[in-house]
Design a protein around this ligand. Sequence first.
Ligand SMILES: [Zn+2]
Length: 308
Amino acid sequence: MIISKSAKAALLLILLSLAACTAMPLIVQMGAGGQNNTDSDMPALENWLETEHFVLRWTNHSRHLKDNIADPAIIEETSRYLEIAWNKYVDMFGRKPYTAPGHDKVLVVFRDIDCYGLADPPDGPIQFNSCAWVKKPGIRQPTSAHELFHKIQYAFGYKTQWRPEKPYLWFTEGTAAWSEVFVWGRVSRTCKVDTIFRNTKLDLYEADDMAMPFWIYFVGGNSEKPNNQLMVKLLEKCEALKDVKKALLEVIQETYGPPDKFFAAFAKERKNGFWSDECSVPYSCILGPDGNDMVDKVKSYQKKAGNG
Ligand SMILES: [Zn+2]
């Protein structure tokens, strides 16, 4: 379907008034046409939407039907989520997400990829899975925050100045999963919250994005006053030391005392105490993509483990 000029103008007006009345980031421009790309797998993305910090591109004309998004409101909604995450990160981390040299905005493309989102390599665009984006609205908030957080990691030198030794996904994917909870209190896949409690023998360093609860524990996110600044400290130390484990041990030592004790306490609480507190703590509720609270699920695992 080709959108006529007047329909496009009307849509832009609606979007602008939406942005104005909800005090959301203003859309700079929206349009169609004029995209060249060098990646042969990339469909021609004829539509674009420019906001304060992002340029979002998508298609509804790909012969590969899974690339297509027909409803521009989905893109507009995503752009708002990205701007909210951007502002939260800049406030917390004191620096902007990494942008490719010569660019001050992040390019975001929608097409058929084999995961929900991708932000690799650092100079490349953020990519979102068009089909999943249309079918699973519940992933839009967490996945957009997650991919943008990888750009924060790049801003602290990960992959741009230093590379961690394997295994490192418990850190890179684990902290990006933490950012989903930090920004939205919601994750894109339930396994990120419950696996580590369901399988208490799962090695933290092999847990990839399912290490997420460790990072909540690290910032005291299941207590009355989480110390999210610890995540800032950690990334600053990673940048200075170019070594994730060293950086983490230093932050733990400075904040909590001996790291061995800290890890032992986490291992224990993972079995029977984590999130057992009934009081209203900041991360007392974490939604899955379907909108169900995952924390209650975790508590039920722990009760079973505690009783058994
Ligand atoms: Zn990721």
